[in-house]
Design a protein around this ligand. Structure first.
Ligand code: DGL
Length: 279
């Protein structure tokens, strides 16, 4: 009798500029509990949200190339900022050989749910300027006559990166960022950056139930199941975590956000970044 060992499972790559993609990874693991993942946090270059479009494209290309080199079956761009300017570009670059799933701000469900006729999108400046947000506004909000407020605050992502998802500084930044949404009677708040689901309890503490909070994590997980399928196995899938910055610092912030300790390895992207700039 011939005995088979199953073909080794190829992990799915997931990346973000830092910790934000962990909110997406949680949804991916719920949807694909037996799948292995490789998570890459490009913490040496966070935040992406205040960079130029060209820089974001160079960095996301290097992250995607790196995940491919690790033997991943495809990649999830768990970052609205990276998706805003790089999704079409990366898909064209890899074609069908390496499927890429990206994120779009959850404007469609916000437009469907609003009673006040005003919704707010909280995102990074790059995402607010990007074509993806404009497309969903034109597709869903404009035909429904719904007003969309675009909001941003420079402190939110850096504070999550140092483990301050709830702190006096974070609360002050959120009050400043979201005051215009409350004043305009927005009743839906689209969390258009993957770092922001970690702020849900701080937002609730400051604004109560003024806004329903919407993010794209579950939708991305559904799309990933369609595109990359699921692995049939009885064993729980595993995650390897990598960071381009200091792994020990990243591990301690990740542990605070995830509620359990993780081992973080170093990822070296400099060569790939240089190659990406040279192209
Ligand atoms: N987590 C990222 C996003 O979804 C970006 C944060 C940043 O690097 O500015 O937009």
């Amino acid at each position: 009798m011939t005995s088979f060992s199953p073909a080794p499972q190829r992990p799915i790559g997931v990346f973000d500029s830092g910790m934000g993609g962990l909110s997406v990874l949680g949804e991916l693991r719920r949807a694909l509990p037996h799948q292995d993942f490789v998570y890459l946090a490009d913490t040496a270059h966070v935040p992406y949200g205040s960079r130029t479009e060209a820089e974001v494209r160079t960095l996301t290309t290097a992250c995607t190339d790196w995940l491919r080199q690790q033997g991943c079956a495809g990649a999830v761009i768990a970052c609205n900022t990276a998706s805003a300017f790089s999704l079409d570009f990366l898909r064209a670059r890899y074609g069908h050989t390496f499927p890429i799933v990206g994120l779009v701000p959850a404007l469609k469900p916000a437009v469907a749910a609003t009673q006040s006729g005003t919704v707010a999108v909280l995102a990074t400046p790059v995402t607010l300027r990007g074509a993806l947000l404009e497309e969903v506004i034109q597709q869903f909000a404009v035909p429904a006559g719904v007003r969309v407020l675009r909001l941003s605050h420079p402190d939110l992502v850096p504070l999550v990166e140092v483990g301050e998802a709830d702190s006096p500084r974070m609360r002050a930044a959120l009050r400043e960022a979201l005051a215009p949404a409350a004043a305009a009677e927005a009743d839906q708040l689209v969390l258009g950056c993957t770092h922001f689901p970690f702020l849900a309890s701080s937002i609730r503490a400051e604004f109560g139930n003024t806004f329903a909070l919407l993010d794209s994590g579950a939708a991305v997980a559904r799309r990933t199941v369609q595109v990359l399928g699921s692995v049939v196995s009885d064993v729980s899938g595993e995650v390897r975590y990598f960071a381009t910055g200091n792994p020990a610092e990243v591990a301690s912030v990740m542990a605070a956000l995830l509620g359990h300790t993780v081992k973080v390895e170093h990822a070296e992207l400099n060569q790939l970044i240089q190659e990406s700039v040279a192209r």
